[in-house]
Design a binder for this molecule. Structure first.
Ligand code: PGA
Length: 270
């Protein structure tokens, strides 16, 4: 509870201003579980979520096919529902796509956008992300925007530039008011599903730089209020050290979100 202790004592950077930053642990289930398996996992997470302090928000992002059943499974708990993606069109003849209104109608509070797997395998561009984010925010769905460099970019020392331009290309199309409904997830591609986690120092320096990029456009208050999550092989054994960093406000969890015990253990790591 180190982060909260500091928060209460009023002796760290978070507490020294009137920061409204939320702590979030979000589970990205990706293309895993059948519907019955997903419902069982969601029920286990909802049950164990009672152990998680009120100031940590819990979010799960199952596949589209699961959303209705999972919404019912977590009803009445503190677990919020997220999609993993949404369409860049509002409605109509777009076979295979899922609109923000559809997501809203099954109780989604969030959608993840711009995950590196979508950028890499499905041609997600920053331009498309702007369209998707506009529709999501208009529909009242909060956005978890993913950014992060690949291994080649990191080795070339371009990681700060890559994250900065991903933020500028998407978020700079929006207003400071919109930022209240946006969460950023920094996910170094080389750490996703590889077991290789960024060190707490590596993650913190990027998080701080992402916050500066937000501040450059939207001002200090908005930047300080922005929740910035770390993602990439985050697990119970490394979450505490990561979350202790001043600019890391939680995690976007892949593999470890598929086990209720691990997911909740991560949420208890602040
Ligand atoms: P991982 O995935 O925790 O399995 O590395 C994180 C993510 O891609 O969101």
């Amino acid at each position: 509870m180190s982060k909260f202790a500091d928060f209460d004592k009023g002796n760290n950077s978070i507490a020294s201003t009137n920061i409204m930053r939320k702590f979030i642990v979000a589970g990205n289930w990706k293309m895993n579980t059948t519907v019955p398996e997903g419902v069982a996992l969601a029920k286990a997470v909802a049950e164990k979520s009672k152990e998680v302090p009120a100031n940590v928000e819990l979010v799960i992002a199952p596949p589209f096919t699961h959303l209705g059943a999972v919404a019912a499974a977590v009803e009445g708990s503190k677990v919020a529902l997220s999609a993993q993606n949404c369409a860049d069109k509002a409605k109509g003849a777009y076979t295979g796509e899922i609109s923000v209104d559809m997501l809203k109608s099954v109780g989604c509070e969030y959608t993840i956008l711009g995950h590196s797997e979508r950028r890499q395998y499905y041609g997600e561009t920053d331009g498309k992300l702007v369209e998707k984010m506009k529709l999501a925010l208009e529909a009242g769905i909060k956005v978890i925007l993913c950014v992060g460099e690949n291994l080649q970019e990191r080795e070339a020392g371009k990681h700060f530039d890559v994250c900065r331009s991903q933020i500028e290309n998407v978020l700079y199309h929006f207003s400071a008011e919109d930022m209240a409904n946006v969460v950023i997830a920094y996910e170094p591609v080389w750490a996703i599903g590889t077991g290789k986690t960024a060190t707490a120092e590596q993650a913190e320096e990027i998080h701080a730089s992402i916050r500066n990029t937000v501040e450059a456009k939207f001002g200090r208050e908005t930047a300080q209020d922005m929740t910035i999550l770390y993602g990439g092989s985050c697990k119970p054994s490394n979450a505490k050290e990561l979350f202790a960093q001043p600019d890391i406000d939680g995690g976007l969890i892949g593999g470890a979100a598929l086990k209720a015990d691990d997911f909740i253990a991560i949420a208890l790591s602040f």
